[in-house]
Design a protein around this ligand. Structure first.
Ligand code: CA
Length: 226
């Protein structure tokens, strides 16, 4: 059984897809506009999000981008427009697949199966995901950070911030990007909070014998680079 969120304003289509997916024992929740859809997408755990491109209140590309900034939930974009640019835009914003409307329900199901299989394979190979940078290592699943063999005690925010930086090692990260990843897009906090937490994090992870792991890029943000 899968939990599926379907964000689509055409109610007869939603209901038909809902009925078909329920018949196979899935749980399906429908959202008829972009804002409700985004709220549900981020607020609950889903196995799949089916996302229409043209939606009232907030369009599918924007929703997809916001989901991707925070979650890895598989997203299939559905759209009436089948142009190359739309397809590229959909995949660029992080959708896992793209289906032009009208589509056959069997094809949608088949694509969902492909994504599920791919995900299971990834899960097997990435279980106990380990990130490393110089002598720092982070086990994302166990939420353990170490310098060499010594464990470093970090708060949840500090840990999430370190993961965001290590996942993007050798790339400049703006304060806004870090704020999005660590505090979430609805965060009401100021980007200054990022500077404060970078300071906390440096105090905990830095080794006085070595240059700082996290570099400040003036006017841009931060980066972990050799
Ligand atoms: Ca629509």
């Amino acid at each position: 059984m899968k939990r599926i969120l379907f964000i689509e304003d055409e109610q007869h289509l939603s209901r038909f897809v809902e009925m078909e997916l329920r018949r196979e024992g899935n749980e399906v929740v429908l959202a008829y506009d972009g804002l409700t859809g985004l709220h549900l997408a981020l607020g609950e755990e889903w196995d799949f999000i089916l996302l229409d491109l043209m939606l009232p209140k907030l369009d599918g590309l924007e929703i997809c981008r916001k989901i991707r900034a925070l979650k890895k939930t598989p997203v299939i974009m559905l759209t009436a427009r089948d142009s190359i640019t739309d397809r590229v835009a959909g995949l660029d914003c992080g959708a896992d697949d793209y289906m032009p409307k009208p589509f056959a329900i069997e094809e949608l199901k088949a694509r969902m199966r492909v994504i599920s299989r791919r995900q299971e394979d990834n899960l097997e190979s990435s279980s106990q995901a380990l990130l490393t940078f110089r002598d720092l290592s982070v086990n994302v699943d166990l939420r353990v950070a170490k310098r060499g063999e010594v464990e470093i005690g970090l708060t949840k925010r500090e840990f999430d911030l370190l993961v965001a930086l290590m996942e993007n090692a050798n790339r400049a990260m703006s304060r806004e990007a870090l704020l999005n990843k660590v505090w979430g897009f609805e965060a009401v906090v100021d980007t200054n909070v990022v500077d404060v937490y970078i300071r906390y994090l440096r105090n905990k992870i830095n080794d006085p014998e070595q240059p700082s792991y996290i570099q400040t890029l003036r006017g841009i943000g931060y980066a972990m680079k050799p």
